[in-house]
Design a protein around this ligand. Structure first.
Ligand SMILES: Nc1nc(=O)c2c([nH]1)NC[C@@H]1CN(c3ccc(C(=O)N[C@@H](CCC(=O)O)C(=O)O)cc3)C=[N+]21
Ligand SMILES: [Mg+2]
Length: 288
């Protein structure tokens, strides 16, 4: 039987509708509108699309968004100055610096400069550390989107073998930690794989839940998947065939029990978690 296709887009819509209610309640209670500053440097076409989608998402749930567009030639000091201003601007609760940044800018230096209180991507080392210790201030958006998908689709993670392919700072590394922590969407036995892993197919075939975030189109083939496994595709690869994931969808859907599509899977949930984090940031600011 072919896999059940997990509809991330529909779930994202449901979560946005829930969030819209919470935003109204927050505004009534505090007379403050949760606000996100999005910073886009240069003219990367994919980044333009993402930032536009994120702003539209904000509108849908009643979060105010402010866009800062800087030229491709922006220096690191100029960007640091803007971030400093956003950090001290009390009307801004969340700051998103869209990646990638132009080559003359050190991304780590920029991410480190965002106030941890406004770090809605949860890229700041303070927030990474708090998450690892199981007392998160924010959860990183893509890993949190994957975890919410598993929780809300009723996919048990406790005691399961989870194999994460890819060790990026944005997805693989934090997600592998989160799924090993105690609690809903966690308590899994986690294996993290990367370019040095020996006999990757043998490892991925052990997965009850296989999560792929490696950035290579159609990398995971049917022979790498245990029959009945849940397969979560985090890939976003732009090819001549359009946007495709890291999983060979047509072949793997004949093997897996559940599978996320690209587009329409993890991507929309990533964007929703940015909204969740912005409301959380506004709540935390209000509690201070
Ligand atoms: N500071 C920062 N934070 C990020 O979270 C961040 C980033 N920079 N840089 C780029 C990556 C990538 N990313 C995606 C978000 C949504 C979709 C998404 O919504 N995808 C839709 C389709 C999008 C399309 O049609 O192009 C889908 O899969 O259905 C994809 C990718 C966030 N990133
Ligand atoms: Mg760069």
């Amino acid at each position: 039987m072919p896999a059940n296709i997990l509809d991330g887009k529909a779930l994202a819509k449901t979560i946005r509708e829930e969030l819209a209610v919470e935003v109204v309640e927050f505004i009534q209670q505090h007379e403050v509108v949760p606000s996100l500053a999005a910073v886009l440097v240069g003219e990367d076409p994919a980044s333009e699309v993402y930032v536009r989608m994120k702003r539209r998402d904000c509108e849908q749930v009643g979060i105010h968004s402010v866009m800062h567009r800087l030229p491709e030639t922006t220096t690191q000091d100029e960007l640091l100055k803007l971030i400093g201003e956003l950090n001290t601007n009390a009307s801004i609760h969340g700051i998103l610096v869209q990646l990638p940044l132009p080559g003359q800018i050190n991304e780590q230096a920029i991410l480190d400069a965002v106030s941890p209180d406004k770090d809605v991507d949860s890229f700041h080392p303070t927030n990474v550390g708090l998450m690892v210790q199981g007392r998160p201030r924010f959860l990183p958006c893509t890993p949190s989107g994957v975890q919410q998908l598993l929780i809300r689709e009723g996919i048990e993670t406790s005691g399961k073998n989870v194999v994460v392919v890819g060790r990026s700072e944005i997805v693989g590394k934090p997600l592998s930690v989160m799924m090993g922590l105690r609690g809903p969407g966690g308590d899994a036995t986690v294996t993290i794989c990367h370019s040095r892993t020996k006999d990757l197919p043998a490892v991925t075939r052990e997965a009850d839940i296989l999560i792929v975030a490696i950035g290579k189109a159609n990398f995971v083939t049917a022979d790498m998947v245990k029959p009945g496994a849940v397969v979560i595709d985090v890939g976003v690869n732009r090819t001549d065939d359009g946007l495709v994931g890291d999983v060979d969808f047509d072949a793997v859907k004949e093997i897996a029990s559940q599978l996320t599509p690209v587009p329409g899977g993890v991507g929309p949930l990533t964007r929703v978690m940015l909204l969740v984090n912005t409301l959380t940031a506004a709540r935390q600011a209000q509690a201070k």
